[in-house]
Design a protein around this ligand. Structure first.
Ligand code: HDD
Length: 712
């Protein structure tokens, strides 16, 4: 497909969508056929010897249908099996030519089609959306120079420094092999056994114990490329770069108790949320940011840029925002698109390159390799969702499920019979050439001493949290380690926490009935070559900042309530004016409002008008909403006597959510949370939209957890 360089999206056309359109079918109005296009006359009965007779082998229609069904499943991803995705577009704010020659990062009039897939890591394909886990954040840019994949996570660091430990990490966190328990959870012996022997994992573990690991929505997570990559400009000059995705919806988390309940009430919570938001036109947006480090500053910092367990604090190098991704179209078919998409950190375009980060280097092997078994052969790039926009013209041939029909005799290079085609491209013609890095060293299995700072950044992370965030981390460690059955593992973990923060170690230790002790001998796993544990500690003094507000989610709220989900509970006899005013007010601010009443159907207002309800108290759960408003009226006693309604509000209070009501419903609210003197922080009873909206912007009133009044 040819692309007009200046205006690739002329008249709103989207080359990726056009390409997918060629493979998209619609059965509407069509006859039922076999896979060979033969029209089927009877799809209800197999071919038999008489009405009650045995089925005939001859029934090719039956055999085809059942054979295809028998082979419908493919292996799920070994990690990140559970995921949800959407199409969108990336728009550049400013040309980045000073740093990179990548075309999609140079021309602000280019709109690059993207597909983003978000995932949990440990759970199987059908597991819950809300375990405590890292989330994958993978974006495929369909650029005019080929596909560029940014395959990151919602946390800026990783658990291990070297790819050779990845199978060990994954074996440890996945369900235990003898009984395949637990599903989608790190709270078990093997994970913590491994972690307690891997100090390098502690930074990512701190993020994992924070609310980042229980995001409110896929739309409210940051994304990070994690590794340091390179930007290469037209002159061949390299700058180091770290990538960030900043959600315009803010960065929001769940309460842990809430996440566990959602796992039962709506396993598809995040998938549904993303789908519905896009379906209803609340397109989620993320800005792309970069942290750029000049090549000559490689060794300027007290952390190694090649170490994926370290971040560059934004307080040291600010994030420069360069563009925006908007997800604006749901897939037509989950399997064809979200399941079959194949990401790979090695899908590059000229202007972006790797560094020697040993984790990244190992990834470069793994991703193509895994697709070969997952997608059944080496031609997965021909699956429509994986196809690049530029035509693929090379000498690769054959293999399972080959689609492309390449004409001619020649499939080798050099050749004279094919006129030398396909030609190699010169650099000026867009040919990719790897950054020429001078390397002069021995071949060794070792890590640099600059990799043995395992505790200074976890300490910085913990110090940068608010008191509420710290409490969540303490509780998360206590919960997870409480699920560990082997006491020496718990003890090793508590000892490890002592290296990060004494208070944290003591609180967790106390909850587990243990006293933290100084790390004894070097721990197996990652030990400096000289066995000197001092390396663990020598970095702390060098870290110039003692507090990094950019790490705290509390600093990442936004001033709007776009796409927050509000439950509007009501019953017959509701006051028309109060009800319509609050509903309209919230909808005008782009919130997603669901009217909930005791039963399905309609509510009849005081004046006799009827409003359709979206959900009934028979099916609705407070845990899937961000805030609750109760609209009262004449028939308040219906709600006063409805245990589900009372539980709904009490549970929302327990999970620190904003609650509001009009004056007609105050009595109900008081009955739901009898120990709270109303109005209270985050609970307004005056029916004023502005007060409720301010509270929703706040997201949660975590202070309530200090004095819990609602039993479990
Ligand atoms: Fe990986 C999938 C992210 C390290 C091997 N990885 C996968 C996905 C994401 C990440 C988001 C899902 C992509 C999708 O939606 O299809 N992985 C990361 C990040 C890492 C990382 C941010 C560290 C910074 N991964 C990593 C290592 C290895 C792998 C070190 C192996 C040496 N990852 C894989 C894989 C997967 C994968 C086995 C499974 C399915 C797939 O690739 O397509 O190859």
């Amino acid at each position: 497909m040819k692309i007009n360089e200046s205006e690739p999206f002329e008249n709103g056309a989207n080359p990726k969508q056009e390409q997918l359109g060629k493979f998209t079918t619609d059965n509407n109005g069509e006859f039922l056929t076999t896979d060979q296009g033969l029209k089927i006359n009877d799809d209800q009965n197999s071919l038999k010897t008489g009405e009650r007779g045995a089925t005939l082998l001859e029934d090719f229609i039956l055999r085809e249908k059942i054979t295809h069904f028998d082979h419908e499943r493919i292996p799920e991803r070994i990690v990140h099996a559970r995921g949800s995705g959407a199409h969108g577009v990336f728009e550049l704010y400013k040309p980045m030519g000073k740093y990179t020659k990548a075309k999609f990062l140079n021309n602000t009039s280019i709109k690059t089609p993207v597909f983003a897939r978000f995932s949990t890591v440990a759970g199987f394909r059908g597991s819950t959306d809300v375990p405590r886990d890292v989330r994958g954040f993978a974006v495929k840019f369909y650029t005019e120079e080929g596909n560029y994949d940014l395959v990151g996570n919602n946390m800026p660091v990783f658990f291990i420094q070297d790819a050779t430990k990845f199978p060990d990490l994954v074996h440890a966190v996945k369900p235990e092999p003898h009984n395949e328990i637990p599903q989608a959870a790190s709270a078990h012996d093997t994970f913590w056994d491994f972690i307690s022997l891997m100090p390098e994992a502690m930074h990512n573990v701190m993020w994992l114990m924070s609310d980042r690991a229980i995001p409110r929505s896929l739309r409210t997570m940051e994304g990070f490329g994690i590794h340091t990559f390179r930007f290469i400009n037209d002159e061949g000059k390299s700058h180091f770069v770290k990538f960030h995705w900043k959600p315009k919806q803010g960065v929001l988390g769940l309460a842990w108790d809430e996440a566990q309940r959602i796992a039962g009430k709506d396993t598809d919570f995040h998938r549904r949320d993303l789908w519905e938001a896009i379906d209803e036109g609340h397109f989620p947006e993320w800005e792309l940011g970069v942290q750029i480090v000049p090549q000559e500053d490689e060794h300027k910092y007290p952390f190694d840029l090649l170490d994926p367990t370290k971040l560059i604090p934004e307080e040291i190098i600010p994030v420069e925002i360069i563009g925006k991704m908007t997800l604006n179209r749901n897939p037509d078919n989950f399997f064809a698109e979200t399941e079959q998409i194949a990401f790979h950190p090695g899908h590059l375009v000229p202007g972006i390159d790797f560094t020697n980060d040993p984790l990244l280097q190992g990834r470069l092997f793994s991703y193509t390799d895994t697709q070969i078994s997952r997608l059944g052969g080496p031609n997965f790039h021909e699956i429509p969702i994986n196809k690049s926009i530029p035509e693929v013209t090379n000498n690769q041939r054959d293999g399972m499920h080959r689609m492309q029909i390449v004409k001619g005799k020649v499939s080798y290079n050099p050749n004279s019979m094919g006129g030398g085609c396909p030609f190699q491209a010169k650099i000026a013609e867009g040919g990719f050439n790897s950054f020429e890095e001078r390397i002069d060293s021995k071949k060794i299995r070792m890590r640099s001493n600059s990799f043995f700072d395992h505790f200074s950044q976890p300490e910085l992370f913990y110090k940068s949290m608010t008191d509420n965030e710290k409490r969540h981390i303490q509780n998360a460690f206590s919960f997870e380690l409480g699920k560990v059955k082997i006491v020496p593992i718990r003890q090793r973990m508590v000892n490890m926490l002592l290296e990060i923060d004494e208070g944290l170690a003591k609180i967790v230790g106390d909850n587990l009935g243990l006293i933290p002790a100084k790390l004894p001998q070097p721990i197996t796993g990652s030990i400096p070559a000289d066995g000197n544990l001092e390396h663990y500690h020598s970095f702390k003094e060098k870290l110039t900042i003692k507090d990094a507000p950019s790490l705290s989610m509390s600093n990442k709220l936004v001033n709007d309530i776009k796409a927050r989900r509000i439950a509007l509970i009501t019953a017959n006899g509701v006051n028309d004016e109060a009800f319509t005013k609050i509903k309209k007010g919230l909808c005008d601010l782009d919130a997603m409002v669901a009217v909930i009443a005791p039963k399905h159907g309609f509510v009849t207002t005081k004046s006799g008008d009827q409003y359709p309800i979206d959900e009934s108290l028979l099916t609705a759960a407070s845990v899937v909403f961000d805030a609750v408003y109760v609209a009262g009226g004449d028939d308040l006693k219906t709600l006063l006597g409805n245990a589900d309604a009372l539980h709904f509000v009490a549970e929302a209070f327990k999970h620190c959510k904003p609650i509001a009501c009009d004056s007609d419903a105050k009595e109900f609210l008081q009955k739901a949370i009898p120990k709270i003197k109303l109005p209270a922080k985050g609970v307004s009873t005056n029916g004023k939209l502005e007060d409720f909206v301010k509270d929703i912007q706040q997201h949660r009133f975590w202070d309530r957890e200090n004095n819990p009044v609602v039993p479990a």
